[in-house]
Design a protein around this ligand. Sequence first.
Ligand SMILES: NC(=O)c1ccc[n+]([C@@H]2O[C@H](COP(=O)([O-])OP(=O)(O)OC[C@H]3O[C@@H](n4cnc5c(N)ncnc54)[C@H](OP(=O)(O)O)[C@@H]3O)[C@@H](O)[C@H]2O)c1
Length: 299
Amino acid sequence: MKFFVTGASGYIGGSVAAHLAAAGHQVTGLVRSAGKVDAVRKLGIEPVTGTLDDADLLARSARAADVVVNAASADHRGAVESLLGALAGSGKAFIHTSGSSIVGTRSRGERSDDIFDEDTPVTPSPARVARVALNQFILSHHDKGVRPVIICPSLIYGIGHGVGRDSVQVPLLIKLAKTRGNAAHAGPGENIWSNVHIDDLVPLYALVIDKAPSGSFYFAENGEDSMRETCESINRMLGFAGPPSSMSMQEAAAAWSEGTAEDTMASNSRVRAKRARQLGWQPKARGLIEEIETGCYRE
Ligand SMILES: NC(=O)c1ccc[n+]([C@@H]2O[C@H](COP(=O)([O-])OP(=O)(O)OC[C@H]3O[C@@H](n4cnc5c(N)ncnc54)[C@H](OP(=O)(O)O)[C@@H]3O)[C@@H](O)[C@H]2O)c1
């Protein structure tokens, strides 16, 4: 089959595109940085140079493919409009990557007991209203001759298989821990994120491409940990004695930017991948704490 993947030099898109190419598919990937073109090609992905704002290029590339995987951005509405506009009436699959901070509550490091599966109503925070509206727009194309499907990963960990090897939260925590000589969370660190290994997420894309019905939405998670538990495990991995430290929200914003501190590091995002499991997804990679202490982050 022919695939067009956006974010082909990134963590998720690169891992999915490399997997599809290794499985023998013809994969074209959007690459915006000239310096990454050769590395993408080496993975068996044919690079198309451009950005998410190149509407004609996106439309042409989508029409030339059997399936489009959009993994460059959970938020870029213009790109989604270009891609879906080109696919309308074709019956082709459009697999979009969202992110589970759509259920996130800003809680300054305090725990929330709210847990969401695909049937739980979501009232997004102001920071995620546009992302939720974009998801609804995408799924509405079920009626427009497209097979739209959304995968909504939680915190992803593990080393990617493409050019972009690193995810977001865990590498940020490890980097800060190395700088300070001690891991640090925002506020009390009791806030909880569901999480999923990249080695389990990639097979979910493959399964969804094969089997997901039009208009379906899938959370991706295989467990959850608080930021404090994650920081404790980073300290054990790095050999730092004692408990992790607690940062004020001001300190956390200075370390990571205000949006990242509030919406991805000090918030809660607790989801359950009910539908993915019903579809037959069987995650089996190491859990987050085990991966930190005995896996790829030790290198
Ligand atoms: N990682 C996670 O834990 C996680 C979890 C849930 C959802 N998500 C969401 O999934 C999306 C992808 O995440 P990721 O972790 O794979 O990020 P990433 O490693 O930064 O990859 C993003 C990819 O998209 C490309 N890209 C970004 N903006 C572009 C633009 N305007 N035009 C063309 N290419 C563009 C990047 O190109 P360059 O290589 O040139 O930068 C890169 O290849 C993000 O929206 C993220 O919020 C991530």
